[in-house]
Design a protein around this ligand. Structure first.
Ligand code: FAD
Ligand code: MG
Length: 328
């Protein structure tokens, strides 16, 4: 006697369920940290083999260290240091040239709010050292000489500076790029679910075991309090804020994101979070929008394709782009 169709369907459902149940779930998880680019980097990855996860994470850290050697202004042999010490024209790697081009695009589209030629300004303030200081107006004027979105002419891999003293600094974009490259290494190793967090520059590979990753956005003034939570997969989320690297003098906060027009710490925002397909773009756009503040900053993010963002203005008002999905 043949089984009736409903029994057949039930049987098929049961078999399918059994097969699904017997497929080994990706239950292994590994999380490791390393100090790279002056920041604590955490990589968390899921997979079905601890050894594979461990190797993949080691390779991802090695990739980020390679980029630190290439892009750090603290390394005398890096492309960036060679560019800063050059009189005029330097040949850089194709990779550096491509990153400079992305940075220049953000610089131009933000009306110069993002600026990779603020190295001399950054050195004057020395905010990320043990001896920060407030420069004089005259010192700042000298440091700002020749800077701007067109201060670097990029022609293939040849980069020409506007003035010999120009100092290049990729602190606002290179960390994001390194996150992207770390994710590429993990993906190539067969990992399908991972998160790389380089001090607020976060890259997400896939989802978190079938669920979106939950990314808490820190309140810029109330430590330990979240502003909101974002649920995301396959996205980069980068936050620029004035609350991690700063010093205070006479009640005034001096932080590490500078307004290229004045050389002073930018005063229009407390924090900006950008969600984008890649962390390099998100990194640069977060820095740019921070400098621009709510009106022009939000517009930059709205106009940039496939980007969303959240901006906390200097007075604490929270703004966001029209397509940002919050889950609070
Ligand atoms: P972001 O907003 O993403 O960037 C702020 C940084 O961008 C500033 O620190 C400055 O470098 C730059 N910047 C400031 N204003 C602007 C602007 N208007 N436009 C564009 N850029 C701007 N830190 C250490 O303490 N020791 C190290 O050895 C060290 N090495 C590093 C090497 C590399 C390759 C990189 C990328 C970073 C390194 N850092 C190091 C960290 C770096 O100094 C910054 O702290 C970090 O990049 C700031 O990132 P953020 O996410 O806090 O802020
Ligand atoms: Mg940035």
């Amino acid at each position: 006697m043949f089984a009736r169709p409903q029994w057949l369907i039930l049987l098929l459902v049961l078999i399918a369920g059994l097969v699904w149940w017997r497929v080994p779930a990706d239950t292994q998880q590994l999380s490791r940290t390393a100090l790279i680019m002056g920041t604590l980097v955490e990589i968390r990855a899921f997979g079905d083999d601890q050894q594979q996860l461990n190797q993949a994470i080691s390779d991802a850290f090695a990739e980020m260290t390679r980029l630190e050697d290439l892009l750090s202004s603290h390394r005398p042999d890096s492309d960036v240091a060679r560019l800063s010490s050059a009189e005029k024209t330097v040949k850089v790697s194709a990779e550096t040239a491509k990153l400079l081009q992305l940075g220049q695009q953000v610089a131009l589209r933000s009306g110069g709010a993002f600026d990779m030629t603020l190295g001399a300004v950054k050195q004057l303030w020395a905010i990320e050292t043990d001896h920060p200081q407030i420069p004089t107006a005259e010192q700042l004027q000298t440091a700002l000489h020749g800077i701007g979105p067109r201060a670097l002419q990029i022609d293939g891999t040849q980069v020409t500076k506007s003035v010999p003293a120009l100092q290049v600094d990729l602190g606002g974009i290179a960390k994001g790029y390194a996150v992207d490259r770390a994710l590429a290494v993990l993906r190539r190793a067969g990992i399908r679910s991972a998160a790389v967090n380089a001090g607020g520059d976060i890259g997400l590979l896939g989802d978190r075991q079938g669920q979106p990753w939950r990314i808490g956005i820190q309140h810029p003034r109330n430590k330990g309090q979240l502003l909101t939570t974002l649920r995301l997969a396959d996205r980069a989320v980068v936050t620029s804020g004035d609350y991690e690297r700063f010093f205070e003098r006479d009640g005034v906060r001096y932080h590490h994101i500078f307004d290229p027009h004045s050389g002073q710490p930018a005063r229009r925002s407390q924090s900006v979070t950008v969600v984008a397909a890649d962390a390099a773009s998100a990194d640069a756009l977060a820095t740019a929008a921070f400098v621009l503040g709510p009106r022009a900053g939000l517009k930059l993010l709205e106009d940039w394709p496939a980007v969303e963002g959240l901006l906390v203005a200097a007075d604490g008002t929270v703004y966001q782009t029209s397509g940002l999905q919050r889950s609070d």
